[in-house]
Write a protein that binds this ligand. Structure first.
Ligand SMILES: Nc1nc2c(ncn2[C@@H]2O[C@H](COP(=O)(O)OP(=O)(O)O)[C@@H](O)[C@H]2O)c(=O)[nH]1
Ligand SMILES: [Mg+2]
Length: 271
């Protein structure tokens, strides 16, 4: 599949959040090098989240999301704030944009708390570092797990560092979604041991087994599926040594006895 037709669900979703006029749209544009989002000094210009699928090097296919301000007021404003918070449900990596001249406001801390609860990897940026009133250093009360960068959407200061940070946060997020794919190289072979006993559902495999097979295929690796009694003969007859054996934990002891020590052994439940 070409990069351009990567489905939205396979893209790392990067959401830009923050108060009105902090420079969310400007920082997003600086990171992408494109004028994707409308920049304006009129507060509340972005009224709906804006999605843009693109390639972001060195990360790969991403979905960039610009959001309305999290401090918008009035009935319409609070609707916009709600829309921004809804974007968090689809966000793999969050960027909190703050104005370095103002520092974090209560809305920023509330958002960081929500991001922490959802365990979304996050980077905070203090934007407008080019201005005289910009504070340097790390603002108080930002969780230690959140890196803080000083950037300027206008001069480009710190934007490369931000891209590298996004790539790193995106990569950890991506590998945490993989089951075994990150342990296998293309054309590696994995042998899956699936007992067909009374406990097995009729006519199908259980979801963890299906997901593991799918993940192995996505890694361009090969899966061989056998029942526990067929493992020893299968391992002996395969032309090449498999990289790993993945078994149902019910038969772990038997499978362990039948698997040579130089082949990795794990179970579906561990994965
Ligand atoms: N000096 C300076 N102004 C900026 C910077 N980034 C954004 N702005 C200005 O701040 C205002 C709000 O920017 P915008 O990106 O629309 O903010 P948003 O509401 O958070 O999306 C605009 O007038 C921008 O030109 C920056 O790095 N330096
Ligand atoms: Mg905006």
């Amino acid at each position: 599949m070409g990069m351009n037709n990567t489905p939205a669900s396979d893209r790392i979703h990067i959401g830009f959040f923050g108060r009105r006029n902090a420079g969310k749209s400007s920082v997003l544009n600086a990171v992408t090098g494109q004028d994707l989002a409308v920049v304006s000094d009129v507060k509340g210009t972005t009224t709906d989240p804006v999605y843009k699928a693109m390639e972001l090097l060195p990360l790969g296919p991403v979905m960039m999301i610009d959001t309305p301000g999290i401090d918008d007021e009035g009935q319409l404003g609070s609707l916009r704030v709600r829309k921004s918070y809804q974007v968090l449900n689809k966000t793999d990596v969050a960027v909190l944009v703050m104005d370095a001249c103002h520092g974090p406001a209560p809305e920023d801390y509330t958002l960081l708390k929500k991001i922490g609860e959802k365990q979304i990897p996050c980077v905070a940026v203090c934007n407008k570092a080019d201005l005289d009133g910009a504070a340097g250093g790390r603002p108080e009360g930002i969780p230690e797990s959140v890196p803080v960068l000083s950037v300027s959407a206008h001069t480009g200061q710190g934007i490369t560092a931000l891209k590298e940070c996004l790539a790193q946060l995106g990569k950890t997020q991506e590998s945490s979604r993989k089951i075994v794919g990150d342990l296998l190289s293309p054309s590696d072979m994995a042998v899956l041991v699936v007992p067909i006993d009374k406990a097995a559902p009729k006519g199908r495999l259980i979801l963890p087994q299906q997901q593991t097979i799918r993940d192995i295929l996505e890694a361009d690796a090969v899966s061989v599926v056998v029942r526990e009694n067929g493992l020893r003969d299968t391992l002996a007859s395969l032309g090449k040594k498999p990289r790993m054996v993945i078994t149902d934990s019910q038969v772990f002891a038997k499978v362990s006895a039948d698997t040579p020590e130089d082949i990795l052994l794990t179970s579906f439940s561990i994965l």
